[in-house]
Design a binder for this molecule. Structure first.
Ligand code: ZN
Length: 184
């Protein structure tokens, strides 16, 4: 009897938490997409931006863009970079207690890096399929990489997909893709 009176209230509060988190996810992803869009006016436009926040407080720890071209490094995806920079800042290798937001679903390399870092949660905007319309991709969903690991990491997305896909379809980005070796 006690259970039956407690459960609905607990469920309501969980539902409220989920609704509040969905609003926050949307706000954060739109903000990240806007920040990433700043690159579209530079000499090295990229549609890929990532940010790490404290899961509990929402405090921003670090953010980064994809820098494969300027760094001459095929592993300089936004997610790998932001994880490296965040770990350097914390002077540790664990990002347990943190959430990663990224404008595009992490590729297998980036999702593996997120799992090795012990991130609580990964939230993405555009999907690998969206990105694949414009550049080559490895067709393994982030959820599959996570599910086949021994680590626990929640993967949520797509969130604000339209705003994130707009980074790919922007005329400046479309012009830049023509110079990419990984163009479709
Ligand atoms: Zn990647």
């Amino acid at each position: 009897m006690v259970r039956s009176t407690m459960e609905p209230r607990e469920r309501r509060s969980e539902a409220l938490d989920a609704a509040a988190l969905a609003v926050l996810d949307g706000e954060r992803m739109r903000e990240l997409a806007a920040w990433t869009a700043l690159t579209l006016e530079t000499a090295s436009p990229v549609p890929f931006g990532a940010e790490i926040l404290n899961t509990r407080t929402g405090t921003q720890l670090m953010r980064a863009h994809n820098a494969v071209a300027p760094e001459h490094d095929p592993s300089s995806h936004a997610e790998v970079r932001v994880i490296r920079l965040a770990c350097k800042k914390l002077e540790g290798f664990s990002l347990s207690g943190y959430t990663l937001y990224t404008t595009c679903e992490p590729c297998p390399m980036c999702m593996a890096c997120a799992l090795w870092a012990g991130l609580d949660r990964v939230v993405y905007g555009a999907t690998i399929e969206d990105a694949n319309r414009f550049c080559r991709q490895i067709q393994i969903p982030a959820t599959e990489v996570a599910s086949r690991s021994d680590m626990t990491c929640t993967v949520d997305g797509p969130i604000e997909q339209e705003a994130c896909v707009a980074l790919f379809t922007h005329p400046n980005m479309q012009r830049a893709f023509k110079t990419w070796s990984s163009k479709r």
